[in-house]
Design a protein around this ligand. Structure first.
Ligand code: KDG
Length: 310
């Protein structure tokens, strides 16, 4: 009997249009994104039973997402169809300072997530729920839904995974910071990127960032440092994991892949240190192709990369 997904993510899927050549206005590759959707797909590709909680529009993009999740074996019992709001979209452009996002998402179906409509049974039956700060930034009701999901998860003994994904085009820094710090107190592990943490905590020092996240209440902190690897800490022990040498072409969604791989390994029985080493390799592979979803790796690819290091 299938009781539902062991890892469930909550947030907004976005159809992606990714510029193929920096500065070229003519060629965009259509793909799929949305940090939490990417996370769920990453976990599923790596062998976990993953599911998603969201709302999509009753439109072509919403249907494409449902088909994508089914194809990727992401459980859709938590997906609602909104007949009067669209599925969100974003564009990725590439320049000297890395990639930049432009959104068409205000008033989207997912921004109408509410606590009252959360599928609590799906959350309570899971082992991990994953939420990001983008889920909280898209609307007040989605933010309330995120906090309600923490409460339901904690009451049922479900682990809470939290990514501080900071998008300052969605909300002001003061509100982002207050919400993110409050969320760190509700999670079992947090997965900030170094870029986000610099903006949030006014510090570029890894030790200080990790300490701040622990002080805010996160028992396990995994600081994602892009091509430099990651730092993982449980408060007593701290380990730095070096980045992998890969031919990276597009970092979109690499942090989400890290999150999905980390949760997949935790439910498989790894401790946070082993899970972070694996996730670090998975995220490196996610940078070797264009878009957020297409290059998400399989377990054999990750193991082959880890093998090269040992
Ligand atoms: O991490 C990649 C995501 O940022 C991308 O898929 C879009 O979720 C997204 C967002 O809101 O920026």
């Amino acid at each position: 009997m299938n009781d539902g997904p062991e890892i469930v993510a909550l947030g907004e899927p976005l159809v992606e249009f990714n510029q193929i050549h920096a500065g070229d206005p003519h060629t965009y590759l259509q793909g799929f994104g949305g940090d939490t959707s990417n996370m769920a797909i990453a976990a599923a590709r790596l062998g976990a039973q993953a599911g998603y909680i969201t709302r999509v529009g009753d439109d072509a993009f919403g249907k494409m997402f449902i088909a994508l999740w089914r194809h990727e074996r992401v459980d859709t019992r938590g997906v609602a169809i909104d007949r009067s709001a669209p599925t969100g979209i974003y564009f990725v452009t590439h320049g000297d300072r890395g990639h930049a996002f432009s959104y068409l998402r205000a008033g989207s179906a997912a921004s109408r997530l509410t606590p009252a409509e959360l599928p609590l049974d799906v959350i309570r039956n899971a082992r991990v729920i994953h939420v990001s700060a983008i889920t909280q930034a898209i609307s007040a009701s989605a933010c309330d839904a995120a906090f309600a999901s923490f409460e339901a998860a904690r009451a049922a003994g479900v682990k809470v995974s939290y990514d501080t994904n900071l998008r300052l085009s969605l909300w002001p820094i003061a509100r982002a910071r207050a919400t993110i710090v409050a969320s760190l107190a509700c999670c079992d592990w947090c997965l900030p990127s170094l870029d986000d943490a610099r903006g949030l905590f006014d510090s570029g020092d890894n030790d200080a960032i990790v300490a701040t996240c622990h002080e805010a209440g996160a028992p396990v902190v995994v600081l994602k440092c892009g091509s430099q690897g990651c730092v993982v800490s449980n408060g007593d022990r701290r380990e730095t994991v070096a980045g992998h040498d890969v031919r990276d072409v597009d970092a979109t969604g690499a942090g989400d892949c890290f999150d999905g791989a980390f949760a997949a390994r935790i439910v498989a029985g790894d401790d946070p240190f082993a899970a972070a080493r694996y996730a670090n390799a998975a995220a490196a592979l996610a940078t070797t192709g264009f878009g957020a979803v297409a290059p998400l790796p399989r377990d054999a690819d990750v193991r082959a990369l880890l093998e090269r290091r040992s």
